[in-house]
Design a protein around this ligand. Structure first.
Ligand SMILES: Cc1ncc(COP(=O)(O)O)c(C=O)c1O
Length: 399
């Protein structure tokens, strides 16, 4: 069968590589961030490292494992820093995200075997075969919320001659995936225990609906309810003699509360490495919100002919829009950002303090995860200097 446009000519790759080379080229002097073509994702490396260390330290102090979710950054560069800061392993949303991260870490010279948790259930024979193959290259844990999913994976592992570990995914109120009662949890656990190529180690209970609740008291009450539900399933499994060594879940918005509540043995937060406007709005000065905004979308003013606003080069294609508009971080004379089409945005400014053509404007993304997925690179900076560039290794890997 012939394919169109799926050849290995790699035009896209060449264009992207040239773009990076044009900035970093033969570096005989420091590269200024102004040299980065916009719109671009810019990461302050020191703030990134501080965020990574802060979460690692919190988990370490509480005696809880940390398995950061890579869905937020999709980058082997960031994952490696998280592992080197003491993470037990990584969480991945999708199989191809995990495949890309495992390969990216190896390419990066990371020679330790990584423990990977797939936090979404797999369906069907082909994905199960891919997972069984991936299990050659990492210690693979997979959540399941249906005994048939356990069987599919068990058959694939037997064919490939590899092993994996099952966690029962429990719906703690989000209503997205996960068993909804104890009988279903027991059925999943039993199928895993029965399968030669599988181990069973515990449960996942991720409360996505909790993460952005405004007000710590409200967030805590709702988190407690979800964790009580999860505890109930753990108790039932233990009463039926299943050994539970891992109870995983939590995100940036509940991490501090999860540690205090004490049901989870493992945290899987993602956004804390970068943060975003949605999280800053929800968490305010709460302890869960004490992470720095390390990620910005940098844009350039491309037209400045009107009093009261200018046009910048970042529009709908440059960011996720599900959480509304980004917040303008600098310069001080810039006002608000408004969507202005696919390729452009409108930034307001006081008529007397106009922005000028060519000026840079930095935005705080409204929602970091799907914004990052729109870019090939993270430009790494210290102050005004570009100190490197990291690939968004698993960009688009959502299969
Ligand atoms: C299963 C699961 N775990 C953890 C996370 C990380 O959450 P956050 O980015 O809010 O820290 C997510 C995010 O959507 C998720 O889906």
């Amino acid at each position: 069968m012939s394919t169109i446009g799926a050849s290995s000519s790699g035009v896209n790759d060449r264009v992207r590589r040239r773009l990076v080379d044009a900035v970093l080229g033969e570096r005989d002097r420091p590269v200024q961030r102004r040299a980065v073509p916009t719109p671009a994702l810019v990461v302050d490396v020191d703030l990134l490292d501080a965020n990574i260390e802060r979460m690692a330290d919190q988990a370490r102090t509480a005696g809880v494992d940390l398995r950061p979710h890579v869905k937020s950054h999709k980058s082997a560069f960031v994952a490696r820093r998280q592992l080197e800061a003491g993470a037990t392993g990584l969480s991945c949303a999708k199989l191809s995200e995990a495949e890309a991260l495992v390969a990216g870490l190896a390419d990066d010279g990371y020679d330790r075997r990584v423990s990977i948790l797939l936090t979404s259930p797999l369906v069907g024979e082909a994905p199960s075969r891919r997972a069984a193959d991936l299990a050659r290259h990492c210690d693979l844990l997979v959540v399941a919320d249906d005994p048939d999913g356990v069987d599919e994976l068990a058959r694939a592992l037997a064919l490939e001659g590899t092993r994996a570990t099952i966690l029962c995914d429990v719906d703690v109120g989000l209503g997205r995936t996960g068993v909804t009662d104890v009988a279903q949890a027991l059925a999943v656990a039993q199928r895993a225990v029965d399968a030669e190529a599988l181990d069973f180690c515990g449960v996942q209970g991720y409360g996505g609906h909790l993460q952005h609740i405004h007000g710590r008291r409200e967030r805590r009450a709702a988190t407690q309810q979800s964790m009580d539900r999860l505890r109930g399933v753990v108790d039932a499994l233990e009463s039926a003699d299943y050994e539970i060594t891992v109870v995983t879940g939590g995100g940036t918005g509940t991490a501090g509360l999860d540690l205090a509540i004490g049901v989870l043995t493992e945290l899987q937060p993602g956004s804390y490495v970068f943060m975003d406007r949605q999280y800053h709005d929800a968490l305010g000065d709460d302890p869960e919100g004490r992470f720095d905004q390390s990620l910005t979308i940098e844009t350039t003013v491309v037209s400045a002919h009107y009093d009261g606003f200018v046009t910048v080069d970042a529009g709908l294609k440059a960011m996720a829009t599900d959480a509304g508009a980004p917040r303008v971080l600098w310069p001080a004379e810039a006002g608000d950002y408004h969507f202005f089409g696919d390729e452009h945005g409108r930034v307001t400014c006081d008529p007397g303090r106009a922005l000028h053509r060519g000026q840079r404007v930095a935005l705080m993304p409204a929602h970091c995860d799907p914004t990052v997925d729109r870019y090939d690179h993270l430009w790494l900076t210290r102050g005004d200097e570009v100190v490197g560039v990291a690939e968004v290794t698993a960009r688009g890997c959502s299969q």
